[in-house]
Design a protein around this ligand. Structure first.
Ligand code: SF4
Length: 422
């Protein structure tokens, strides 16, 4: 029995960009949704009107719709708040040809979007530009999350992106002193030097959306055995900077820590009432001031995580159904292997295959079986009980559809957005 939200509507705190149920109801994806629901319903013994057109034990012969692609584990910064600190600079690499074969095979099997992210810093990968060309040649929606040090590479491929793609720089600071303290670049680079390139990229391709990402940190937060530099006082300064340098938006989200028991990313703010309230009040005041800087061409975005932290509904997002359905639609491909969720890079119980697991049809056959096995065996209720999971409402909604597959006939389709980022 499912016991979560039962409607097509996610909670109001969920931003449209995180309304994954709606994305699956786009006309271009709805068949993918239906085949998955019918597969899971039949596994649970619900009678179906028609036989499944694929092997019930293995599921639809598909790739994920969206992947986080860690191009490298190497990073040229030493950020104190890095959630991937433990897996950086391992020296473990992709095999370049196998990686391209994997992307080609996945694109053939329905991959629609790739976020180039880390693990490490994607622009450090020597063939970064080649991968962007490779993806755009196959009409795969592409995004980049970068520390800003490789903006010259982004500039060189800027013309390949369209208005559905985006680049987001993780900068987290309003001035260079804080930037240096938080990010510790190994080779000298200043916040101004990073931001200086943004107008050049926008000039080359005004359609490409560029974001300034600001993870809000507070006194007392720790990670990687460091006390984290606090930056709440720079929220407004960072917004002014982002607008001045022609970013399309600045987004604010709360700092995440790693849970010791399973390495999951969790909201690290203490729940002690007074401290919580005071921290949240300060964040709210500064974000509201930043919002007054919005213009038609510049937005101030509050992340879903920040909203659910503030309205204290974040605990609701930690109550997951047993099955995480989104591991079918969105995965992580990294030099360390294939994983079921961005929260679980390199966690053994979340591993779906080796890094070449999509490189050949034979590799894919093994990965497909393992994906089916994890959908069955990975217990999200216990594994993810500390995670403020943005997929939570959509996972519960899928759970309800699987228990009531007749509801597929009454699905509320949404207008096609061509938004395939999950
Ligand atoms: S339930 Fe959420 S946190 Fe857990 S694996 Fe699924 S998407 Fe990731």
């Amino acid at each position: 029995m499912s016991s979560g939200p039962l409607t097509d509507k996610p909670p109001t705190s969920i931003a449209a960009v995180h309304d994954f149920g709606a994305k699956l109801r786009q006309p271009s994806l709805v068949e993918r949704l239906k085949e998955y629901v019918l597969w899971q319903a039949s596994l649970r013994g619900h009678p179906l009107k028609e036989a499944l057109p694929f092997d019930k034990a293995l599921g639809p012969e598909r790739s994920p719709i969206s992947i986080n692609l860690d191009l490298t584990t190497a990073c040229n910064y030493l950020c104190d708040h890095c959630v991937d600190y433990d897996i950086l600079n391992t020296g473990i690499r992709h095999d370049d040809e196998a990686l391209k074969n994997s992307l080609a095979l996945m694109a053939d099997k329905g991959l629609r979007s790739v976020i180039l992210i880390g693990g490490g810093e994607p622009t450090v990968y020597p063939k970064f530009e080649e991968i962007v060309h490779f993806l755009k040649d196959r009409a795969v929606q592409t995004a980049v999350v970068t520390n800003g040090s490789g903006n010259a590479k982004i500039l060189s491929v800027a013309h390949r992106f369209d208005e559905r793609d985006w680049v987001r720089l993780s900068l987290d600071s309003g001035n260079d002193a804080t930037f240096q303290a938080m990010h510790k670049p190994k080779k000298k680079i200043t916040l101004d030097q990073i931001c200086d390139r943004i107008p050049l990229i926008k000039e080359k391709n005004p359609r490409l959306r560029i974001g300034f990402s600001f993870i809000i940190t507070w006194k007392g937060a720790t990670a990687n055995n460091f006390a984290i530099v606090e930056n709440i006082g720079e929220i407004v300064e960072a917004a002014e900077r982002a607008r001045r340098y022609q970013f399309d938006y600045i987004s604010f989200k709360p700092f995440l820590e790693r849970a010791p028991e399973n390495n999951a990313e969790v909201v690290g703010i203490t729940d002690a009432a007074r401290e919580f309230d005071e921290t949240i009040r300060r964040i709210r005041r500064e974000v509201d001031r930043a919002k007054s800087l919005e213009t038609p061409g510049f937005r101030v975005v509050e992340s879903t995580n920040l909203r659910v932290l503030e309205n204290r509904t974040y605990k609701e997002f930690t109550r997951q159904p047993k099955t995480c359905h989104f591991q079918f639609f969105r995965q992580v491909l990294s030099p360390l292997g294939i994983y079921n969720c961005p929260v679980y890079r390199h966690v053994p119980q979340a591993k779906m295959g080796e890094k070449g697991g999509y490189a050949t049809p034979a590799d894919y056959a093994g990965t497909r079986a393992r994906v089916a096995e994890l959908i069955r065996g990975f217990n999200a209720t216990s594994e993810c009980k500390e995670v403020t999971c943005l997929y939570n409402p959509a996972n519960w909604w899928l759970e309800d559809l699987i228990e009531h597959p007749e509801k597929l006939e009454m699905l509320d389709l949404v207008d096609e957005q061509q938004d395939f980022f999950f």
